[in-house]
Design a protein around this ligand. Structure first.
Ligand SMILES: *[C@@H]1O[C@H](CO)[C@@H](O)[C@H](O)[C@H]1NC(C)=O
Ligand SMILES: *[C@@H]1O[C@H](CO)[C@@H](O)[C@H](O)[C@H]1NC(C)=O
Ligand SMILES: *[C@@H]1O[C@H](CO)[C@@H](O)[C@H](O)[C@H]1NC(C)=O
Length: 183
């Protein structure tokens, strides 16, 4: 009996250690998306992307739909703004005429996206919800337009940025519909 105990105690320790490692090594710190996040992300084209994007903000675990709208449009805005800065950098560095003019198209697209997302943010601030989905749609179209501008180019300079903005806008549009009731 004593032998059994002296064997089982380290065994138990090891079991706990393994559990501890498994829990703490699991990807990201997203324990379990909230019901609201689950509901929103389930209506988007990429659930994982949606959950990761929303959980990039530490308010998400406690967010109601209003706060979640701020988070979604905030992330989309930050993304578009950073892409716009990046395009401006690329424009400075690029000498090829064809490439330059494609980049300029994207520069305009992202300018439009940033301004629409800014408008959405202001709408949220004044609790004006009816235009949100449309603004997200316009910003999303801007990313499509930029993507088209580099059609046929083997390694488009914006990489995944267009796709990211498109999906972020999609999240914003889904949340916007929580307020306007259409779905
Ligand atoms: C998620 O979406 C699927 C279909 O798109 C639907 O059948 C399911 O009920 C949804 N689940 C939740 C929790 O909303
Ligand atoms: C969905 O998003 C995740 C996380 O960003 C990404 O790893 C995955 O490739 C995406 N899936 C599709 C089908 O685009
Ligand atoms: C632009 O060129 C500078 C100097 O060559 C370089 O440091 C910078 O990383 C480049 N920017 C981009 C976005 O390629």
């Amino acid at each position: 009996m004593a032998k059994f105990h002296s064997f089982s105690f380290p065994y138990l320790c090891l079991a706990f250690l393994v559990c501890f490692i498994l829990i703490h090594a699991s990807p990201a710190a997203i324990d379990e998306p909230t019901g609201l996040v689950d509901k929103v992300c389930n209506q988007t084209s990429n659930y994982t992307f949606c959950v990761e994007a929303l959980y990039s903000d530490r308010r998400t675990p406690d967010a109601d739909s209003y706060t979640l709208a701020f988070i979604a449009f905030g992330v989309a805005y930050a993304n578009a703004n950073s892409a716009r800065d990046y395009i401006a950098e690329l424009l400075k560095n690029t000498s090829g005429q064809d490439y330059h003019s494609r980049l300029e198209i994207c520069g305009h697209d992202y300018l439009r996206a940033v301004s629409k997302l800014e408008e959405a943010y202001n709408d949220l601030n004044s609790e004006t919800f009816f235009g949100l989905a449309k603004l997200a749609g316009v910003a999303s179209k801007a990313s499509d337009h930029c993507q088209d501008a580099f059609r046929g180019i083997s390694s488009p300079p914006l990489g995944s940025r267009n796709g990211d903005l498109k999906r972020l806008c999609e999240i914003g549009a889904v949340i916007a519909k929580l307020f306007t009731g259409s779905s």
